[in-house]
Design a protein around this ligand. Sequence first.
Ligand SMILES: Cc1cc2nc3c(=O)[nH]c(=O)nc-3n(C[C@H](O)[C@H](O)[C@H](O)COP(=O)(O)O)c2cc1C
Length: 379
Amino acid sequence: MTATPASEATLNEPYGLRGLDLPNRAVLAPMTRISAHGDGRATDRMRDYYRSFAEGGFGLLVTEGIYPDAEYSQGYLDQPGLATPEHVESWVPVTAAVHEHGASIIAQLMHAGPQGQGNPHVSGLRSASAVRARGEQAGMYRGTGPYELPEALSAEEIGEVTSSFAAAAVRARDAGFDGVEIHGANGYLVDAFLTDYLNKRTDGYGGSPMARTRVAREIIEAVRAAVGNDFVVGIRISQGKVSDATHRWSGGVAEAETIFGALAGAPVDYLHTTEWKANAPAFPDKDARSLSQLAREFAPGLTIIANGHLDTGAEAALSLGEGGADLVAIGKAALAQHDWPRRVQQGRQLLEPLAPSAFGDLATIQDWELRAAEPVPTS
Ligand SMILES: Cc1cc2nc3c(=O)[nH]c(=O)nc-3n(C[C@H](O)[C@H](O)[C@H](O)COP(=O)(O)O)c2cc1C
């Protein structure tokens, strides 16, 4: 067994995030698993699943996207919710199991917007404007064919959505979560507002890049006002979308400056940037900086979490160093080994990422258990 290289040792350094004392810099990335009860309650299997990452050494877990209301926010059948008292009760064993192992857990609050493909509460979709999401529904979440054409939210309905995020954040706190992450990435509702081709509004919520950040800012403000100052509030931001993976902001670095600068002025603790490769340039033809480096530069006071193929200790260390990140979020590599932080810490060999066919639901937990039982070769 080899020791952790010096640069990778940064991963093991503690970090203070508002009131949370995180034991290290490794964060579990949010990953939808469509494994809740049909009515959105978390299951025992989900409890065991999240506990296994805490046992495996992740200091902070961000949950899969959770819908905040019993209206248009749910995106996938068997997605968990934080919309009712029953949902709150069902999450209590999950947060307790994670805390027992010394980790913290943040609920990712997600409104599906134009990328909804399974919602038992209502039919139809709501978005910034009546513009269909590009591409096709996600097969791994049981969708087929093009997305539905959404209806534009009225200004009054935007207010209701904002309030629903705030109410769900309070429920998250009641369920024992240590914070909430507003899903502002990947083409869902908040990102639809941020995106030029999905937001055609002329009412102060669209037009300039700054106006497109208004919904994100208002949701952050409402959430912060509802939960007070002793609760972590973060936001996740991306260029790419589930329905348009290669999208880049047309305004380049200037648009990044507007978005990150606007969010830095809101009462939020962290910015979680996600890219296909976190350490690659965000606008390769024009600028060498990665999205996390731009976030560090334009939102200097915020904690930066970077995500995207930080599969090895070396990539993660690079992101924590030059990449400007304070924390690194690990997705697919964590599914392949729920003890990714321990393996990196101990210099043990890492396993190959799982095939995408294993991503849909929690069937992968069994896969992980089988793999974990195998003798692990040392590097
Ligand atoms: C199965 C699966 C489900 C995902 N679900 C979500 C989600 O609910 N919310 C979110 O923000 N990102 C989601 N993502 C994106 C991941 O958080 C992460 O950004 C992506 O996998 C890239 O990071 P990685 O290269 O470390 O895997 C999901 C990814 C996968 C593979």
